[in-house]
Design a protein around this ligand. Sequence first.
Ligand code: NAD
Length: 263
Amino acid sequence: MGWLNGYVALVTGGGSGIGRAVVKRFLAEGCSGIGVMVRSHEQADSLVAEFGDQVVVSIGDVRSGWDNQAAVDTTLDRFGKLDTLVGNAGVWDFFTRLEKMSLEELDHSFDEIFGVNVKGYVLAARAAAAALRESKGSMIFTLSNSAFYAGGGGPLYVASKHAGLGLIKQLAYEFAPDVRVNGVAPGGTVTPLRGPESLGKGERRLSEIPNFQENVANSMPLRMIAQPEDHAGHYVLLASRDNSRATTATVIQSDGGWEIRPM
Ligand code: NAD
């Protein structure tokens, strides 16, 4: 018996990293089925190989409203309802500073980063809204320490994650009392988070940055680098009606104590 017995969830960007750890933990907590929205056939195949018919996978781009709607509809068709939306797909900017980008790069990378990190969450929320109102469910969005502080990326990533914080508050306001809306804000985590294609960094991976793990661990008061599963319990808590009934418009920070790091 887990905290999410019989729940049905949809996780975007659930083919790797934090999203995949959430899928695995939600199933361990008793979810009866999970829709997963991924970008590639490889991710889809590997999810089905690991989780079988406990998951239904939709391949799409979170920047498309139709792809988000298809992911919601596929989840409803297979599992009959939706209790929890986890908006999680994201892209990072590899600390690219404003003056390092040409006007053309800035134009395209703004659209790409805000398209995935902000518009992707807006469209997922829109697609899932009716089903979540019906189930009195909840939405949980993956933010970042960059939703609160400077320095965890360049201006486009940091601004996109701050926008996510505003979105959570506004959606919590609009969907109350039917649907709770919250977030989880991880800090540096070992994942294959990619850079923007528009900056030629679509194949670069966060976890491949030289000394990434030591540098993150040394900068955190808890002296650690997180693994994706270190954050998964926060999503369980926020999804659980029994354990978070009174919680909306809240973000749980899971960043090793970034706010109290020594300057
Ligand atoms: P990840 O790359 O493993 O996960 C992101 C997923 O989003 C990938 O599976 C990717 O295929 C998917 N995705 C990207 N663009 C997409 C698109 N256009 N359409 C559909 N799917 C798309 O990396 P992760 O670190 O697990 O990232 C998950 C979330 O965590 C992101 O929102 C990220 O900003 C946030 N985050 C990560 C860290 C970190 O250090 N890894 C820190 C703070 C916040």
